[in-house]
Design a protein around this ligand. Structure first.
Ligand code: FES
Ligand code: FES
Length: 162
């Protein structure tokens, strides 16, 4: 089956089995290793990305279901000013340690802030509730996102690459 979608701002088209997991297609065919495999069952958020602006776990998405969608992985998000604000805020808050869960948390934060640039702590905790961290706990991650809002709420209020 021929699949077409927009991937990190570029239109792509390729033939593949529509039942392959989006996670595998992105890693194996496009070399996008920011999507990680953790649980492989939609429970940990390590493979999180945005599909049409909504957070999704790519390990449970058959590639045939994202025909004509707009997909953004951490590699695409890294090109934005919003990423730089989030990265610095998370780093300043000592939010994450391992690099394995980090892309998923960052994409969950981006999904939240696109819809709500000024979330309260409860909304932040809810937004990252699908992302597992096995080492630091969540307090510093929440603090990092709070800091990003403080510094960059205007960026999320008017993103130029929706
Ligand atoms: S690997 Fe996809 S949610 Fe865990
Ligand atoms: S910092 Fe990555 S699992 Fe905790």
């Amino acid at each position: 089956m021929t699949i077409r979608f927009t991937l990190n701002g570029k239109e792509v088209s390729f033939d593949t089995d529509p039942l392959r997991r989006l996670l595998d297609v992105l890693r194996e065919d496009f070399g996008l290793f920011g999507v990680k495999e953790g649980c492989g069952e939609g429970e940990c958020g390590a493979c999180a990305l945005l599909i049409d602006g909504e957070l999704a776990n790519s390990c449970i998405v058959p590639v045939g279901t994202v025909q004509n969608a707009v997909i953004m992985t951490i590699e695409g998000f890294r090109e934005t000013e919003r990423y730089r604000v989030l990265e610095k805020s998370l780093a300043d808050a000592g939010s994450v340690q391992c690099g394995f869960c980090t892309p998923g948390f960052v994409m969950a934060a981006e999904a939240l802030l696109r819809n709500n640039p000024t979330p309260d702590e409860e909304a932040i905790r809810e937004a990252i509730s699908g992302n597992l961290c096995r080492c630091t706990g969540y307090h510093m991650i929440v603090e990092g996102i709070v800091q990003a809002c403080r510094i960059g709420a205007k960026l999320w209020a008017k993103p130029t690459d929706r």
